[in-house]
Write a protein that binds this ligand. Structure first.
Ligand SMILES: [Zn+2]
Length: 413
């Protein structure tokens, strides 16, 4: 039974309640069997029958649960640096989208890419994320926007998940925007999503969740209701991108539909936060997108005060958030969204796992959960979020296996 010993400070995130409740232990040890935690407690109390097993030395540092990125758009073709430059000169996200850029530009390059190309590229992103301590990743389709291309993206995620080591949790986001060939027939595209894409994704076991971008320029609340009800009837639980660019009542819609998470929420007010809290929907903050779009960030304190669980994710995508650096998102969650470091950490572990329906198996260090652990070169969550570095992860264990390699060290340096 492998054991990680002499941990000066460990946070378990074992408490399901309380955004700031981290459950700290000092001088701790963690043991696991077949990739699942079997014992955790004070190092001095480690049962004698663990002697002689594989032993890892913590050698200082802070141990946290493996990070969970609960909102990414992992697979896509091309980048959009040109739009970044345009925005730096004052163009808005909406203006760029109206001129044929934005999501539709990535759609064209994603359709051109082969499944093998998308897979290789996404795999390299996952490797980079893993080195930072990210041990589970949610990934959305949404740049195919046709039956064949949406399924192509979901198959990429299935392959990456099967190959490991990072589990990939797939979400169908066929309702990202209306593709150009349906510009004059929105209803026809919604029919295609409800009648063909959702059933194909569900039948193939290719997606766990169905997501809709509800915004001017994307989909209306009524269209979202139709698509998400069709998805729910086939076992795909709703997620929503809402209230990013304006308060469109998206939080209340997410609550009404029983969404597992509502993401963005930059313009959501107290009423929306209370609705999410009552529905048990996780509120997901995406500060990298707010940073890149130079828009007001989601007011996380409003959601915490309303009793919501707040998760923090990257929103990694080629337009509004071209970085998969989850620790960066956590630092920004403190400086922009108003979370404390402890609250941000809970939001990228236990509550992020809740946002993708995996709270029973990960996001916390408890007996029975996956042995996903990160050893950080930091004394505390406060110091980790404050002293932002390219990579503070000294060692990463995923399913009990150490990932440490030359690249990990190189990334840190
Ligand atoms: Zn997104």
């Amino acid at each position: 039974m492998p054991v990680l010993r002499r941990i000066p400070r460990l946070v378990t995130c074992a408490d399901p309640v309380g955004q700031a409740e981290l459950g700290e232990m000092r001088d701790a040890a963690v043991a696991w069997r077949h990739g699942v935690i079997s014992w955790i407690g004070p190092d001095r109390a480690l049962p004698a029958d663990f002697a002689g097993e594989t032993e890892f030395e913590c050698d200082g540092g802070l141990v946290i649960p493996g990070l969970v990125d609960c909102h990414t758009h992992l697979a896509f073709g091309g980048w959009r640096a040109d739009e970044f430059a345009l925005r730096s000169r004052g163009a808005t996200y909406q203006e760029i989208a109206a001129a044929g850029g934005g999501i539709r530009s990535t759609m064209r390059r994603t359709r051109e890419a082969t499944e093998t190309e998308l897979e290789a590229r996404s795999r390299s992103f996952l490797e980079g994320m893993l080195r930072l301590g990210v041990t589970t990743v949610e990934a959305k389709s949404g740049y195919g926007l046709s039956l064949a291309d949406e399924l192509k993206l979901l198959r990429v995620y299935r392959t990456l998940d099967a190959d490991g080591p990072v589990p990939v949790v797939p979400t169908l986001l066929a309702a990202h925007v209306v593709p150009p060939e349906y510009a004059a027939d929105r209803r026809g595209y919604v029919d295609l999503v409800c009648g063909s894409i959702v059933p194909a994704a569900a039948a193939g076991g290719l997606a766990r969740f169905c997501d809709v971008f509800v915004e001017e320029g994307a989909f209306t609340a009524d269209e979202a209701r139709r698509m998400l009800r069709a998805a729910a009837s086939l076992g795909l639980r709703p997620k929503l991108h809402v209230d990013q660019l304006a308060d469109g009542g998206g939080a209340r819609l997410a609550a009404e539909l029983g969404a597992i998470s509502a993401d963005h929420l930059e313009y959501t007010g107290e009423d929306g936060a209370r609705a999410l809290s009552a529905a048990g929907t996780v509120a997901v903050a995406l500060p990298i997108a707010s940073l890149y779009l130079r828009q007001p960030p989601m007011r996380a304190r409003t959601f915490v005060d309303a009793g919501c669980a707040v998760a923090v994710a990257t929103d990694f995508n080629p337009g509004s958030a071209p970085s998969w650096h989850l620790p960066l998102a956590l630092t920004l969650a403190c400086t922009m969204n108003g979370l404390t470091p402890a609250e941000a950490l809970k939001g990228a572990t236990r509550y992020a796992a809740r946002a993708i329906g995996l709270e029973d198996s990960r996001g916390a260090l408890e007996v029975g959960k996956r042995a996903d652990l990160v050893v950080l070169d930091a004394d505390s969550p406060d110091e980790w979020c404050y002293h932002f570095r390219p990579n503070a992860a000294r060692e990463v264990f995923v399913g009990g296996s150490p990932v440490h390699d030359a690249n990990l060290a190189a990334t840190r340096a």
